[in-house]
Design a protein around this ligand. Structure first.
Ligand code: GLU
Length: 505
């Protein structure tokens, strides 16, 4: 057999915001596709009209745009396997449902919900399968004439797969190995409903994976129970030869305790579970997103990549290009991955350190402007670069550095009490004069001159510098003093010294 072209897909249902687990699934598909020079398809699985949520599709597309995960083909991306929205493929599915009916691999069933409920009440653990189907109302138990009559009379029906009992069904999973189950535990799942003339997820998913020439199905563990049925569907169609390989990714688990990660964990511990902020169109409820919370897309990607996969050593910080090189389904774990959101914060901090002053300045500028100041870009970039070590999020730069942009209006009481001494006013007036006389206001020159002056006057360096800091910053924090005065500039530095002398005396 010739090597198959790698084609993978991400196939969300537009039922709301994209969960962060879905983002990881898409990321792994993307890495796998890129690594093998393959193609990545974006398909929308919207055959369940009851669960359709307006805006969800656009939200999903915008999320990947922000994250930098690119598709080659699919809804809004084009390609020659379309349409890529399942609601636009009704006629295709009808044809394939008919094919299964013609080949005796599926049958028509007329049982009403009431009839099904009655059966469930009558038989414990009722399952629609080989052991019960002949006692139900379907094209296997009724005559051809009866069936034709019912359909002609407009009776609603479904099409069910006819599962042969007692066969081994083997799912070959690239992460989990061979999973074998007996077909008798499966029920004759509904593949199509005449009521809305739409297929169910199972049929549409298989037909599309086949027609779109998907080579690998990489998806969340929650789909593992459906996999045997999917294998049987490939068999029923006679498509075993081109059946994709499966890889079911481990669950994302709660940061603490047991069980799978939920939105409530995020709300409780204060981290988002969605890539972008999402407003529920029905309730108006707003859920936070990584983008709005101030995460860098590179950090989110790096964090997610390591939730269920590792490169085989302890390297943690990787660019997308490096991940494409290193990714390997063999190194994906079977067991769930704890969603250590604090690690996500650490990644964000790490990626902020990697940004240039100019990149950070661009991110910080709008935050500065939102506080009503309009400084020059160069200053914003310089401050961002100088203060980045102290923050996990760009938004935190404001609190860490606002004294660069607005003069203190008050002086921290505790600091003032401790650090503004008897002679501070006199010393600061003198310092003002020393600084005023400087032509060269670079940090180095300021420092040399000021240190000489302190030595000459036999002042206490700590006392002078503490009072100086209080005057410029308003409290006891901040970076190197002469960096602060240099960035503020001579005029502003002198003004702040004068004001402190006046206010603190
Ligand atoms: N529509 C399914 C979902 O929402 C796709 C599952 C699959 O990848 O087969 O995740």
């Amino acid at each position: 057999m010739t090597e198959r072209k790698v084609r993978v897909r991400f196939a969300p249902s537009p039922t709301g915001a994209l969960h962060i687990g879905g983002v990881r699934t898409a990321l792994y598909n993307y890495l796998f596709a890129r690594q093998h020079g393959g193609e990545f398809v974006f398909r929308i699985e919207d055959t369940d009209s009851n669960r359709f949520v307006p805006g969800a599709e656009e939200y999903i597309i915008e999320s990947f745009k922000w994250l930098g995960i690119e598709f080659d083909e699919g809804v809004t991306f084009g390609g020659n396997h379309g349409p890529y929205r399942q609601s636009e493929r009704r006629d295709i599915y009808k044809k394939y449902v008919q094919l299964l009916l013609d080949n005796g691999k599926a049958y028509v069933a007329f049982d009403t919900p009431e009839e099904l409920d009655a059966k469930r009440a009558e038989i414990a653990n009722f399952q629609y399968d080989a052991s019960t189907r002949m006692s139900m109302r379907n094209s296997l138990s009724l005559s051809k004439e009866q069936v034709d009559e019912l359909i002609a009379a407009g009776e609603k029906y479904v099409v069910r797969i006819k599962i042969e009992p007692n066969e081994d069904v083997c799912v070959n999973d690239l992460i989990r190995g061979e999973v074998v189950i007996n077909s008798s535990i499966l029920d004759d799942k509904v593949l199509y409903k005449s009521a809305d003339e739409l297929p169910t997820y199972h049929l549409a998913n298989i037909v599309d994976d086949h027609l779109m020439e998907i080579s690998h199905v990489i998806r969340g563990e929650e789909w593992l129970p459906s996999a045997p049925l999917h294998v049987l569907l490939y068999r029923a169609f006679g498509w075993e030869e081109t059946m994709p390989a499966f890889a079911h990714l481990p669950l994302l688990l709660k940061p603490e305790g047991n069980g799978k990660l939920s939105k409530r964990d995020g709300d409780r511990l204060g981290f988002p579970v969605f890539p972008l902020q999402w407003t529920d169109p029905k309730t108006g409820d707003v859920s936070s997103g990584y983008r709005e919370a101030g995460y860098l897309p590179e950090a989110v990607i790096n964090f997610l990549a390591l939730l269920g996969w590792n490169p085989g050593n302890d390297q943690e910080v990787m660019s997308l290009a490096e991940m494409v090189q290193l990714f390997n389904l063999n190194r994906c774990s079977k067991s769930g991955a704890k969603f250590d959101y604090k690690k996500g914060i650490w990644f964000n901090h790490t990626y902020i350190q990697k940004k240039s002053d100019i990149e950070l300045g661009k991110l910080f500028m709008p935050i500065v402007q939102a506080h009503g100041v309009e400084p020059e870009f160069d200053k914003v970039a310089l401050v961002a670069g100088m203060m980045k070590e102290r923050v996990n999020f760009v938004s935190e730069l404001w609190d860490a550095s606002k004294f660069f942009f607005v003069a203190p209006t008050a002086y921290d009481e505790k600091t003032a009490k401790k650090r503004w001494k008897e002679d501070s006013a006199k010393c600061m007036t003198e310092l003002g004069e020393v600084l005023a006389s400087l032509e060269d206001f670079t940090p180095h020159n300021q420092e040399t001159v000021v240190m000489n002056w302190i030595a000459e006057k036999e002042y206490h360096t700590g006392n002078i510098m503490n009072a100086f800091r209080l005057a410029l910053v308003g409290e006891g924090k901040g970076p190197h003093m002469f960096d602060i005065s240099w960035i503020l500039g001579k005029e502003e530095t002198l003004a702040r010294i004068n004001r402190a002398v006046e206010v603190l005396k």
